[in-house]
Design a protein around this ligand. Structure first.
Ligand SMILES: [Zn+2]
Length: 406
């Protein structure tokens, strides 16, 4: 079932028998996105829709003096809101490079007083845990770790494996946002900062990482075994449907911001800086602050012909931080995250057997569209989602993620 690295090189469809294989394989002429991304389209010059989206975001969220002015205005608003309080914002911290660097900027350069919030979903990489501890100690930032209910977390992961869709991170992604909103509500804070950057991380195709609360509920109801506890505003668990979001955004006035959109974030410069200043250590690979990524990467590649490095590297190529030839060369090799030792650890921790994993890998692949979800409702509310993105009530790329990525 395993493909050799040679089969994954440029120009060869990653999974000729997979559901995402296209009769006509195409690779973007500018980045390295290809037809493994469902719904990808190309312009006359062979450039993909993700490249067009990148350029639109670049125009809308510039760096340089214009971006600096916008960021300064945003930071002033955050600091103003924090007057008379212990903190002025909640900052999501994973221990990876991006969020650690943003914490550094927030404290040392932006003059913010964040409450760092870490969501532990049961698969924390100990290296990332050390990074978090060192960073908050050296910067003098209080840390709140929110640990998910392991029975729920495990059950949700297994449910998504059985649902046979590539969206194996829906539980964790939703749990992170729910934890950040819950922490902000608990502290009476209005701003939540997350470290996403379209210039370095990129925006994933919708079918690879689709998240909404109704979708999670539907998949879990169908494939889960554990009864989940209900929503509590200050401790939401894995509940973040549209009505919960409406409560946090409209009633509590909480805004989720992505300030890194205004920062000329160059990874090669940031990494030595946080290593020297905060004792940060590379967990070994991007996203490897979460050990579950090993299993996810394996399932993605073997079953779906998906490699998430494709949108990461593509973003770096577009922002001039990685050569396209090097990106293609790198993606042609198996990713170090797909380490059999960690894959075995994930399976064991979920209580699955090798043969159950085999059944999961062999089951016919499906998409989030095969289950109840809120994309139709969001489509009806499209102008409102656009407005919420532009008013920075929700992360800036939310609208594009739902409507321009597949
Ligand atoms: Zn492209």
């Amino acid at each position: 079932m395993r493909q050799s690295a040679a089969e994954l090189v440029q120009g060869v469809p990653p999974s000729p028998t997979g559901p995402l294989a296209r009769p006509a394989y195409r690779l973007c002429t500018r980045c390295i996105m290809d037809t493994s991304a469902e719904g990808i389209t190309f312009d006359a010059g062979g450039r993909c829709r993700f490249c067009r989206l990148h350029d639109a975001l670049e125009r809308e969220y510039p760096t340089g003096p214009h971006g600096e002015a916008k960021l300064a205005a945003l930071l002033a608003r955050i600091r103003r809101q924090g007057r008379g309080r212990a903190h002025d914002c909640v900052l999501g911290l994973s221990g990876g490079r991006d969020s650690t660097y943003m914490l550094y900027l927030a404290v040392r350069e932006w003059g913010l007083r964040p409450l760092a919030v870490h969501f532990n979903d049961g698969f924390d990489n100990p290296v990332a845990g050390e990074n978090i501890k060192k960073a908050v100690d050296r910067l003098g930032v209080p840390l709140r770790t929110i640990t998910s209910d392991w029975r729920e977390s495990k059950d949700i992961r297994i449910a998504f494996l059985r649902a046979s869709t590539p969206t194996l991170e829906t539980g964790t992604d939703l749990g992170i946002f729910a934890a950040l909103y819950g922490a902000a509500a608990r502290e009476g804070l209005r701003y939540v900062l997350t470290a996403h950057s379209f210039r370095t991380e990129g925006i994933a195709p919708l079918t690879w990482t689709y998240v909404d609360g109704r979708y999670l509920d539907a998949v879990h109801r169908r494939f889960g075994a554990v009864r989940r506890r209900g929503w509590r505003p200050l401790d939401p668990g894995f509940n973040l449907g549209l009505r919960h979001l409406a409560y946090y955004i409209l009633v509590r006035g909480i805004r989720a911001l992505t300030p890194m959109y205004y920062v000329d974030y160059v990874r090669k410069r940031a990494e030595p800086l946080i290593a020297a200043e905060l004792g940060w250590q590379n967990p070994g690979a991007h996203y490897f602050d979460d050990l579950y990524q090993s299993l996810l990467w394996h399932v993605h590649r073997v079953k779906f012909g998906i490699d998430k490095r494709r949108f990461n590297y593509s973003a770096l190529v577009r922002s001039g931080q990685l050569g396209r030839a090097e990106a293609l060369e790198r993606i042609g090799r198996l990713y170090s995250l797909e380490d059999p030792k960690f894959i075995g650890l994930c399976i064991k921790r979920l209580g699955l057997t090798e043969s159950e994993l085999g059944q999961i890998l062999a089951a016919p692949p499906r998409s989030f569209r095969d289950y109840p979800n809120d994309l139709r409702v969001l489509s009806l509310l499209r102008p409102l989602v656009w407005l919420a993105s532009r008013l920075q009530l929700v992360p800036l790329a939310t609208y594009d993620k739902f409507f321009h990525c597949g």
